[in-house]
Design a protein around this ligand. Structure first.
Ligand SMILES: CC(C)(COP(=O)(O)OP(=O)(O)OC[C@H]1O[C@@H](n2cnc3c(N)ncnc32)[C@H](O)[C@@H]1OP(=O)(O)O)[C@@H](O)C(=O)NCCC(=O)NCCS
Length: 160
């Protein structure tokens, strides 16, 4: 029987080993620090198994980037949250940890009055975000030393 995935807030320092290993391999430790990591509005979330953190994600209060084209109802843009640094340890990928982290981040954003959640999605992860209800809103762009990305977003409120 699959055990439920235990998800809880963690510190910036606790995110760094997995950020380095999965998202910034062979790069200097400074590249794993994100601006805003220690802001009071920022939340870092970890998923545990056997007492070890095996998945991480971070949620920042951050405006949609200009390269994201959205021309709909502006009330949906009032409280944007950026999902960043989503990473699942290699041996735990494709086992529901990413979805559990994303669900926790969506719940956290909603609890703060969030109207949307967005991310710079690696092309290799576009399918994961699409399955979770995100849509692409930019052209492809390149992050140096990381690769091709698209901005993706998911609205958290409906407008009638
Ligand atoms: C991308 C990542 C966060 C997804 O997390 P995960 O735990 O592997 O994914 P889950 O098991 O929760 O998958 C949820 C669903 O998305 C699908 N999925 C997962 N990764 C996918 C991918 N890269 N492309 C397409 N679909 C994907 C799964 O098959 C599953 O589908 P289902 O509901 O039909 O079974 C994780 O694989 C990872 O850390 N990858 C390396 C780092 C990375 O790319 N991070 C994202 C940076 S933007």
């Amino acid at each position: 029987m699959n055990m439920p995935i235990e998800v809880r807030p963690i510190t910036t320092a606790e995110t760094l080993p997995l950020r380095m290993a999965i998202l910034r391999p062979h790069r200097p430790i400074e590249t794993a620090h994100f601006p805003g990591d220690d802001d009071p509005t920022t939340t870092h979330i970890g998923a545990y198994t056997a007492g070890n953190i095996v998945a991480i994600a971070s949620l920042f209060s951050a405006a949609l980037p200009e390269r994201c084209n959205y021309e709909g109802d502006s009330s949906r843009l009032e409280s944007p949250w950026q999902l960043r640094g989503m990473a699942v340890s290699n041996e735990f990928q494709q086992r529901g940890y990413g979805k559990a982290m994303l669900d926790a981040c969506v719940a956290q954003a909603r609890s703060q009055g969030g109207t949307l959640i967005w991310c710079n999605a690696r092309n290799s992860a576009l399918g994961f975000y699409k399955k979770a209800g995100f849509v692409m809103c930019s052209e492809e762009f390149f992050i140096p030393d990381v690769g091709p990305h698209h901005v993706m977003l998911r609205f958290l409120i409906d407008v009638y």
